[in-house]
Design a protein around this ligand. Structure first.
Ligand code: HEC
Ligand code: HEC
Length: 265
């Protein structure tokens, strides 16, 4: 399907980009399962610190509960849905947005705490069951259908493999799945082929950093490789389509496409 081929020794940038969805450290380390809304709720102390930092700096525009005011609702924002420990929210905070001042002085710790606070607010909304009821399915299904045809239909058919997907998940979760599908089932896991010293091994990619790769073959055996001259690693990322889309989505498209999928329930 989609493959990224690079000789090791070159920076593993393409792969790092492909995995940046899962791993804020740029794809290093164990190939983790996707996070989105299923990632853990942060510890209460961090949530409290985040709340204290959020109120005066951000609450003015985003509401003290982060559900929106002058600025957008952050509890349901696509950026906040994708965030893990501040990796998505941090650049917005440091860089600002049209209508939002930059906060370059915020420390990594403060950003992590604010991310913890927002993550906790998402969980509150989910636990109350209000996450889906308010503001999620607000899109235009007709426009979503056009968007779907242009951006999703190459891999999905709304009337076939995604029919009923809106019955399977609650709408807030589905919104997250459109951005980045969870549950690394067999069809969604990255695989890789390593060629080293005349030997070729193909299987599920379980570990990858700049120096090593680990592959589990179909018999269940784990093969570790030191990457270097003469070693080739070819990665196939089935969710590459989603990783690419992630950089182009805006909230309007996402909500429109959600409305379209919900209309196919
Ligand atoms: C003066 C008002 C204002 C303040 C203060 C402010 N923001 Fe914003 N923020 C906005 C506006 C307006 C937008 C939408 C900008 C756009 O359309 O790109 C936004 C966008 C965002 C987004 C992106 C949301 C998305 O889904 O695209 C995040 C995250 C965010 N703000 C976080 C914060 C945090 C955290 C703080 C405090 C450190 C903060 N903002 C302070 C006005 C503000
Ligand atoms: C390049 C191919 C590709 C493109 C383009 C693509 N997807 Fe996917 N999508 C996948 C793959 C692969 C999976 C994982 C399938 C699996 O796990 O069985 C997936 C999974 C999903 C899921 C989760 C399904 C489930 O049952 O959990 C949803 C929802 C989804 N995609 C929606 C979309 C939407 C909406 C678009 C367009 C905005 C889109 N996809 C574009 C390949 C693609």
């Amino acid at each position: 399907m989609f493959s990224i081929l690079f000789k090791t020794g070159l920076p593993a940038l393409a792969f790092a980009l492909a995995l940046s969805a899962q791993s804020p450290a740029g794809g290093r380390g164990p190939v983790r399962s996707p996070f989105l809304i299923s990632r853990p709720v942060p510890e209460p102390a961090a949530v409290e610190r985040g709340k204290a930092a959020f109120g005066p700096a951000c609450g003015f525009c985003h509401g003290t509960n982060a559900t929106g005011g002058e600025g957008p609702d952050l509890v349901r924002s696509a950026v906040a849905l994708r965030d893990e420990g501040g990796d998505e929210i941090g650049p917005v905070i440091r860089g600002g947005r049209p209508g939002m001042p930059a906060f370059p002085q915020m420390t990594d710790g403060q950003i992590k705490d604010i991310a913890a606070f927002i993550r906790n607010r998402q969980q509150d909304a989910i636990d109350r069951g209000s996450y889906t009821l308010k503001n999620v399915n607000t899109g235009d299904a007709k426009r979503g259908e056009t968007y779907f045809a242009a951006n999703c239909a190459a891999c999905h058919t709304g009337s076939k493999d995604l029919r009923g997907v809106a019955s399977k998940y609650d709408e807030g979760v589905l919104l997250g799945k459109i951005v980045y599908p969870g549950g690394r089932g067999p069809a969604a896991r990255p695989t890789a082929t390593v060629t080293a010293g005349g030997k070729t091994v193909t299987g599920v990619l379980e570990y990858h950093d700049d120096f090593e790769a680990g592959i589990r073959d179909s018999s269940g055996e784990y093969h570790g490789f030191n990457l270097g001259p003469g070693v080739t690693l070819e990665v196939k990322e089935p969710l590459q389509g989603h990783v690419k889309l992630m950089k182009t989505f805006n909230d309007k498209d996402l909500h429109d496409v959600l409305a379209y999928l919900v209309s196919k329930k």
